[in-house]
Structures are given as structure tokens and as C-alpha cells.
Design a protein around this ligand. Structure first.
Ligand code: C6P
Length: 403
């Protein structure tokens, strides 16, 4: 049995008030709040072991390096990767996808090649491919959605041809809270010998991830969505791809030798980690994942699913509410009649309730739905049914103001 009240006590920000009202934070898909142990970890690193990593023979540098590399092992275990050589630290999901677009693109793609993405992608999984398209002349093929906002798998199958080189899709939609059948998507692509990148930004906080079981070729995620600090993320890549791919950024750390004539590159994973990494954030990412492990990701997933189901049930009782898709995760998107989502969001904010409104950085999906945007409530392990009730009451009040 989870004790949510005890878990809440670990998050100092949850005691804050907004406009004199207790904070009800339902914008966890944008970023999660941080437990005290993660906050302490950051300040303890600065207080006790701060030193640049992988560079010094001195004690502090060695301790900091060990702590950072321990996180690499924590991440490896957390996502079920084969080896720490396959764990690249980045600034977040966005940078992880840009890394693949740049390095995989430069190494393997040429004009006329095709990449498959979907209608429900976040801009981070659209724009890097468009930039590549404009640079080298590839084509983007888009998986359409069915009427109930799921990926149209039959259409997906029909997008493959001899020019297809990569599939890049989100595991869970940040707008709809719907999980995509990644294993099936991977199997279909692999039957064509095509690798798959999975955008895991919205699955890492809510699902048990096993990259080997999924057989994903790449898996990208951000630390800040899973109780870790901002500014750190991960790219998992199968060794065979990472070894073949050219480096992304050039600089210190990613080299073996440098002369003015020639540079040789470092081995994995350092080949992709140019410059001083955010080792403080990385060490705190390790702390956050250990914290999640302590509660159990399956327990988190179950609790959040129940909370989301409760929110969906309560939303459905309000006349005029339109929910988009059938969420199976920890987020729900909806509209209240013709009221603009930003108006609802602003009124909820005055009541201390934080939700996200707008296009959620997924404009093609919003355009597909033919709406101005949505109101999105997204949940984390520290949210409660009482908070859902406050949110629903707030929604009633907001709707009344527009009647
Ligand atoms: N979505 C949201 O409110 P970064 O910014 O790199 O940490 O994550 C980008 C990203 C990529 N893919 C998906 C599916 C995402 O949801 C996000 C971030 C936040 O929905 C902020 S826009």
C-alpha cells in the first residue's frame, strides 16, 4: 500500500500556496516536482564533491566521476539496457532526438530517403527531421490517426518502401495520454530491417521500460519528467548503431587524440558527450531514479492510472465536456463547450490549480483535431483524488462564469 500523504511530504513545493490557495499541481507532463532527496543531492554535490569529471587525478574529480558513472549504471538498469556504453547523457529528450537526427542522418541518410513519424508527435520529434529534410532532402511520411485518436497501424504498414530508413514515434502522446503499441510498431519496422526511435518523454515516468524487450533501437527521455532536475536526459541506442554513427558535437571528452591534421574519437558512450556534462544534474538523476525504484514504477503506474480514470469519470459527468481519445496513462485532454482553453486555464490558475492549455507543442495533432488547443490535466504519484475533486469543482466554477 502506498502512503501518498507520506510521499507528498517529500515534495516541499506541494506546501506552497498560489493566490492564497493550496497549490494543486496537475501539469506533471510538462515537468514533475522534485523530492527533497533530489534537491539535497544537488546541494550535497556542490558542498562536498564538486569537481569536473573524467579529467582530474585528484580525489574530488574521481569521486564526482564515480558518482556520475554510477548514474549511468542506474539508468542502464532502469531501462533494461545491455551495457552502459549504450547510455548517452544529453540535455533532454529534445537533444537526444536531435542527436539521432544529426548523427544517424549524416551517417546513413541521403536525398530521397524516407523517415516515418506520426500525427501525434511532439515538435521535438518533428522539427529535427524537418531540418534534416531541408539539409539533405529526405521525405517525412506521417502515420495517420484513427477516429479514436490511436495510430492507424494498417496505414503505418503501408508507409514502408525501399526508401524507408527510420521510424521515430512517441511511446505515449503528451496531449492525449494514449500509449502507442510500441512493440508492434517495432516488430513491423524490424520486419523491413528498419530501426525505431522511441520518444520516451511521457513513458519513462509512468511505465516499466525494458528497451531490450521492446527491442527499440533508440529510446530518448528527459530527467525532469521523472522527478530529476532540468537539463539532463538520456539517449539509449543499440551499440551497433552508436558505434557506426558519427559524433554529434565536437569538443573535449569525445576525443582520443587531437592534432591540427586529425582527430580520433573516444569510445562509447563518451564519443557523444562533448564538453563538461551536467554531472550535478546527472548524479541527481540517479538519485531520482533510485527514488522511483524505491516506490516501484509499477505501483506508480497503477496509482496514476486509477487517478486518471477517476478524473475522466468525473469530467464525463460535466455537460459539454469533450475528451480527446481514451487515455490509458496519466494525462487527459479536453475542452469545455466552446470556451477557449486559455480562459479555463486562467480561471483555474486563480484557484491555485495548475493545468496546461494550448497546443502542448504538438500543433499538427491539434490541427488534425480541428480545435484551438486543449486543457490538459496530468498526474504524478503525489496527486490525490481530493485534488481531482478540487480541479473538477474549479472547472464547474469556470464554466459557470461563461454561461
Ligand atoms: N513535453 C509537455 O508539456 P524536453 O523539453 O526535451 O524535456 O521534452 C520534449 C518532449 C518530447 N516529446 C514528448 C512526447 C514530450 O511530451 C516532450 C515535452 C512537455 O507536454 C513540454 S512541451
Amino acid at each position: 500500500m502506498l502512503n501518498i500523504e507520506d510521499i507528498r511530504k517529500e515534495f516541499p513545493i506541494l506546501g506552497e500556496t498560489v493566490y492564497g490557495k493550496p497549490l494543486v499541481y496537475l501539469d506533471n507532463a510538462a515537468t514533475t516536482q522534485k523530492p527533497q532527496c533530489v534537491i539535497n543531492c544537488i546541494s550535497n554535490v556542490y558542498k562536498t564533491i564538486n569537481s569536473n569529471v573524467h579529467r582530474g587525478v585528484h580525489h574530488l574529480s574521481q569521486v564526482a566521476t564515480t558518482a556520475m558513472e554510477n548514474t549511468r549504471e542506474t539508468v542502464r538498469e532502469f531501462i533494461g539496457a545491455e551495457s552502459t556504453e549504450e547510455i548517452i547523457f544529453t540535455r533532454g529528450t529534445t537533444e537526444s532526438i536531435n542527436l539521432v537526427a544529426s548523427s544517424f542522418g549524416t551517417t546513413f541518410l541521403k536525398s530521397g530517403d524516407e523517415i516515418i513519424i506520426s500525427t501525434m508527435e511532439h515538435h521535438s520529434n518533428i522539427v529535427p527531421w524537418q531540418m534534416l529534410r531541408d539539409r539533405i532532402g529526405i521525405t517525412l511520411r506521417i502515420i495517420p490517426l484513427t477516429a479514436d485518436c490511436t495510430l492507424d497501424i494498417e496505414s503505418y504498414k503501408s508507409l514502408f518502401n525501399e526508401r524507408t530508413r527510420l521510424v521515430s514515434v512517441t511511446h505515449v502522446s503528451n496531449v492525449l495520454g494514449i500509449s502507442n503499441p510500441i512493440k508492434e510498431i517495432v516488430n513491423i519496422a524490424h520486419n523491413h530491417n528498419i530501426p525505431v526511435l522511441v520518444d520516451g518523454a511521457q513513458s519513462i515516468p509512468h511505465k516499466k521500460i525494458d528497451v531490450k524487450a521492446l527491442d527499440a533501437d533508440f529510446y530518448a527521455f528527459s530527467g525532469h519528467k521523472v522527478y530529476a532536475p532540468t537539463g539532463v536526459g538520456v539517449l539509449y541506442g543499440k551499440k551497433k548503431w552508436l558505434e557506426a554513427m558519427c559524433p554529434y558535437h565536437g569538443g573535449g571528452e569525445m576525443i582520443k587524440t587531437v592534432s591540427f591534421e586529425k582527430t580520433t574519437f573516444n569510445e562509447l558512450p563518451y564519443k557523444f558527450e562533448a564538453g563538461t556534462p551536467d554531472y550535478v544534474g546527472i548524479i541527481a538523476l540517479g538519485k531520482a531514479l533510485e527514488w522511483v525504484k524505491g516506490i516501484g514504477i509499477e505501483n506508480i503506474a497503477k496509482y496514476e492510472r486509477e487517478l486518471t480514470e477517476y478524473a475522466v469519470e468525473e469530467l464525463k459527468k460535466i455537460p459539454g465536456i469533450r475528451i480527446f481519445g481514451t487515455p490509458d496513462g496519466a494525462a487527459v485532454s479536453f475542452l469545455a463547450g466552446d470556451i477557449h482553453p486559455a480562459d479555463i486555464g486562467t480561471i483555474l490558475d486563480r484557484l491555485g490549480i495548475a493545468v496546461r492549455t494550448g497546443h502542448h507543442c504538438a500543433q499538427p495533432l491539434i490541427e488534425h483535431l480541428g480545435i484551438p488547443g486543449t486543457i490538459r490535466a496530468s498526474f504524478a504519484i503525489y496527486n490525490t483524488k481530493e485534488e481531482v475533486d478540487i480541479f473538477i469543482n474549479g472547472l464547474h466554477r469556470a464554466i459557470k462564469m461563461f454561461e
